[in-house]
Design a protein around this ligand. Sequence first.
Ligand code: GCO
Length: 436
Amino acid sequence: MFLWGTATAAYQIEGAATEDGRGPSVWDVFAHEPGRTRDGHTGDVACDHYHRWPEDVALMSGLGVNAYRFSIAWPRVLPLGSGEVNAKGLDFYERLVDALLERGVQPVPTLFHWDLPQALEERGGWLERDTAARFADYAAVVAGRLADRVPLWITLNEPFVHMAYGYAMGVHAPGRALLTAALPAAHHQLLGHGLAVRALRAAGAREVAITNNCTPVRPASEGEADLRAAEAYDILHNRLFNDPVLLGAYPDLSAYPPGLTCVQDGDLEVIATPIDALGVNYYNPTRIAAPAEDAGLPFADAGITGHPTTAFGWPVVPDGLRELLTGLKARYGAALPPVHITENGCSQPDVPTEHGTVEDPGRIAFLEGHIAAMRRAMAEGVDVRGYFVWSLLDNFEWAEGYHQRFGLVHVDFATQRRTPKASYRWYAEFLASCRD
Ligand code: GCO
């Protein structure tokens, strides 16, 4: 059965940041620091999904999706990151999973969508090797409760973005701006992934995946310097996170001195523990040029022009999804497991009309175009098993706060009123036509 779903993440929708024993995460701390997010927005309340989840499950049921990708908040389950388990945290996810199953919606939980328990950050976060072991312990706790009912698990969400934005540039939590000294955060996340795959399987999980953010990289010209820069970017964004998982080896990191110095014997075998699927998040391609002389990095973003853009200013290039998927197949061949598009979607300037509807033709065109591109890739031989729209609800868009709306459902953050947009009705009709 092809999985058609929507996706969300805990910190972006749950709210209830201090309720029922939840510990603080790096995002709670970061969002409360002055100047970190637009207008100082935080996820304290977000979509109040922690209390309104029955309404949100009903919205999914009305949509007709057969799968829902959400994330489990590590600090709800283990408030200090390790040690004592908070039963109320596990109870919340168990209720959600059971309600989804009752409605024929397959739960697809992600164990880490960037909300590291603050207690672990204070011990070094993902720069520390020990965090990988704590992640596996946490995975075992959650799977111990839910593996009998959850067929497909995702370990990490976008370790590239977490390393780059959280540890290299400091624009996401935990707000560290270490540039290439952030690389250990890549290795320790990947090691945590591999250990978690083993822990999940030991607890009875049937299928396990990792979700990577992938982008097709285009050189700004065929000149040698641009080609070299594009290759360096492809290595950092894509290959650093796919190669060790699928091939058991890191790519050449000589463009990023000193490279990875924290890898120990046996780590790559752990990271390459076989997985059942690769989750791919796709938003847009990237065009890369040679950097200026004194730039600290071996590439420069040249920007993509000549395409429509989302409210975020991101170029809309549906065929980039076909290019990405066929490129993965060409690169990894038989080592590429089945793929799920675990996120795809766009922000639009959605404003409710005087009739209370939300018209979002740009989002409908985006989704139609990308689903068609995914199908072209499938016709070209890529084994794709699922597609999840980002997102079910407008939600807390990290450093952008509530300013970027990605939902099929509009959320009025003052009243928490949910209004299905035109794209919600479009997706419902599309899913109904797939079932006919
Ligand atoms: C991501 C994200 C989401 C974002 C989405 C839009 O994994 O980057 O999982 O949390 O909200 O990508 O930027």
